[in-house]
Design a protein around this ligand. Structure first.
Ligand code: SF4
Ligand code: SF4
Length: 356
């Protein structure tokens, strides 16, 4: 008797199982799509079938009760079909036009906010922050809440020259999409880690700890049965602290965020772009982070005022030049903006990938 095949690699299920029937039926045969309002768009197929998408904001970290409620709404109006975008917008997918308005009414009654489609700010993508990750140099979710409160109208009603994608990462590991967002904050540590020597031997593997440092700043300290850090080589990346809990890099007074701008994923009109740093450091000031929120709003509103229609933030800056960007925004140009690899070789503080 043949032995039944044993599945050893389960992996994620094929996405096709979860497609709404109208998408399966018209797969690859969509004619056009149109934005009907900031929170509603329609896709029209060659067959004449339509699929309505209603987008609402989500706080990203969701309570089980909220997920149950979202599923209940999707069961009632969308035959259970909904999706989360990569920036954590919730999209209800409706194939029956008569259900669009009742769904919008129910979402309004339950306090959901619709918007974010088209030339607007969509939901912010962010990383774990102090809620979860051991390495966080800022609180991503708290910061996102403070920013979204301030930019609320840009999600619901106020239009911009083009869409603006905002992201927040709570350390330079950057689990968020900071490198390819129009405006983004990336949290940074700014001090050389401290070492609790008496705990190193119990908690850390010394060769692994030494190997974790991309700039070779860590070496053995046989006298202490521990390791030592050459301060001038350290670029505060936090790799060592991740593999050796006896090394501490977090500091409530010296952690904060850098602001980067001009990234994008899409290749429409111009190639995808990486973000570039415009503010090297803003200290953490929870719970409302007024300085970081003001910086994001300043950049967004300067862009809204000066960019041409359809220009993304990076395209606008490329057209006017960085000098003009700094003079229009009033952001101070400092030595940290100079991308000089001679300088990087001297200090080893520029990239986590740098080895010598
Ligand atoms: Fe953790 Fe860094 Fe990712 Fe934030 S960005 S979740 S601190 S690894
Ligand atoms: Fe640790 Fe990174 Fe500094 Fe090396 S460069 S000592 S891994 S924080």
């Amino acid at each position: 008797m043949a032995v039944p095949e044993r599945r050893t690699d389960i992996g994620p299920p094929h996405y096709e199982q979860f497609l709404p029937p109208v998408i399966k039926k018209n797969y690859g045969k969509w004619k056009y799509h149109e934005r009907l309002s900031p929170g509603l768009m329609v896709h029209v197929a060659e067959s004449g079938d339509k699929l309505y998408t209603i987008r609402v904001a989500s706080p990203r970290l969701l309570a089980t009760d909220t997920i149950r409620e979202i599923c209940e709404i999707a069961d009632k109006y969308c035959d259970g079909y909904l999706r989360f975008t990569s920036r954590n917008n919730i999209e209800f997918l409706v194939s029956d036009e008569s259900k669009v308005e009742p769904l919008q009414n129910e979402l309004k009654e339950r306090g959901y906010v619709m918007g974010g489609i088209g030339p607007m700010v969509s939901n912010l993508v962010h990383t774990q922050g102090w809620v979860h990750c051991h390495g966080a140099a800022t609180d991503a979710s708290g910061l996102v809440k403070a920013i979204m409160d301030e930019l609320f109208e840009y999600f619901t009603t106020k239009e911009l020259p083009n869409k603006v994608r905002i992201a927040i990462a709570c350390c330079v590991n950057m689990c968020g999409a900071v490198h390819c967002s129009d405006i983004a904050l990336v949290a940074v540590h700014t001090k050389v880690p401290t070492i609790q020597h008496e705990r190193v031997k119990d908690m850390c593997e010394i060769p692994t700890t030494i190997a974790s440092c991309p700039t070779a700043a860590i070496s053995p300290d046989p006298a202490k049965k521990s390791v030592k850090i050459k301060e001038e080589k350290c670029m505060y990346c936090g790799n060592c602290f991740t593999v050796c809990p006896a090394i501490e890099i977090k500091d409530p007074d010296r952690d904060g965020v850098a602001v980067v701008v001009g990234g994008k994923v899409g290749s429409l009109r111009s190639n995808p772009k990486f973000s570039k740093m415009v503010i090297p450091f803003i200290s953490n000031d929870p719970p409302r982070w007024p300085k970081a929120v003001a910086a994001v709003k300043l950049i967004l509103e300067t862009y809204a005022k000066h960019a041409r229609k359809h220009e993304r933030v990076g395209e606008w800056i490329e057209r006017i030049g960085w000098e003009r960007f700094f003079s229009l925004t009033g952001i101070e140009f400092t030595w940290q903006h100079i991308d000089d690899f001679t300088f990087a070789r001297e200090t080893f503080r520029t990239a986590a990938t740098f080895k010598y």
